[in-house]
Design a protein. Structure first.
Length: 280
């Protein structure tokens, strides 16, 4: 869980603790008796060790006479859930819905900073490359198979490469050129796509060579939308970072990776070498 999600959950717990004490429940044990809960549950919620469900908050507010605060507290709890969304929950209705949710965010973002150390960024993927990615996702998470619809929604994001005045700063690790998704033919087409998007006036594509001296360890990939949101994907969940001091760390990380990147003809040479690799 991100620092922001943890801090928000702890703040919610502290507020609920205040409600308990104001209502005359001196101890967590007394409140547990009143609600029919285990004392350990009261402690975990108050100390930010457990998420409070909407029903938990309703009972808490009702028991302490704070019904007027219910809507605000439920909204806070939902926001915590949004900061850390496990993939099984996000993909339970298929991958298309998750791809659809990205479109409003892309529409309103003016400056993108993308760091993908091992995979081609989704918005510049070919259909065949994206299809292989989604097939892997659905097999791994055992979610409904809607590959065709998910690919179509992902490709829909590409329109933003050409519309408006958005700036796309994209960094790929050289490994992303070699991570084989779909076989040699798919990879050659995907690498040709990279050469094509390099010509886009508002897209800056840098490649971090495998042998480049690094100012920062490679770490994980992330997508930064203006200076307001960073999305980080792990095997288990997707994390939303919105706290300014955390966003600043990701901005700093991006700039350090950019120092190690090559652009223009040097980047093109790395892509051509990868194409030659898949020609054999």
């Amino acid at each position: 869980m991100s620092d922001q999600a943890r801090e928000t959950r702890e703040a919610l717990g502290a507020r609920l603790r205040g409600f308990r004490k104001d209502a005359g429940f001196v101890s967590g044990r007394a409140f547990a008796v009143a609600t029919g809960w285990q004392e350990s549950k009261v402690s975990r919620i108050e100390n930010g060790k457990q998420n409070a469900s909407e029903e938990d908050i309703r009972i808490w507010c009702q028991t302490t006479g704070h019904q007027a605060d219910l809507v605000d507290l439920v909204a806070t709890a939902h926001h915590i859930d949004e900061m850390w969304m496990d993939w099984r929950r996000q993909l339970q209705a298929g991958a298309e819905n998750r791809q659809k949710k990205s479109l409003p965010l892309y529409r309103k973002t003016k400056v993108f900073r993308i760091w993908e150390p091992t995979t081609i960024w989704g918005t510049i993927q070919t259909a065949d490359y994206a299809e292989d990615i989604f097939d892997q996702v659905m097999n791994f998470y055992e979610t409904p198979a809607d590959t065709e619809a998910a690919v179509a929604k992902r490709l829909e994001r590409q329109k933003y490469l050409y519309e408006g005045s958005r700036i796309f700063n994209v960094l790929l690790g050289e490994q992303a050129l070699y991570s084989n998704h779909g076989g040699s033919e798919v990879m050659r087409a995907q690498l040709d796509r990279l050469l094509a998007v390099m010509a886009l006036p508002r897209l800056s594509l840098g490649i971090v060579p495998r042998s480049a001296p690094l100012a920062l360890w490679i770490g994980h990939g992330f997508s930064m939308f203006d200076d307001k949101l960073v999305m980080v994907e792990t095997y288990s969940a997707e994390m939303s970072v919105t706290q300014p001091r955390e966003i600043e760390l990701y901005r700093k990380a991006f700039e350090l990776h950019r120092q190690a990147a090559v652009y223009g003809q040097n980047a093109r040479a790395l892509i051509l070498s990868a194409i030659a690799h898949f020609d054999h």
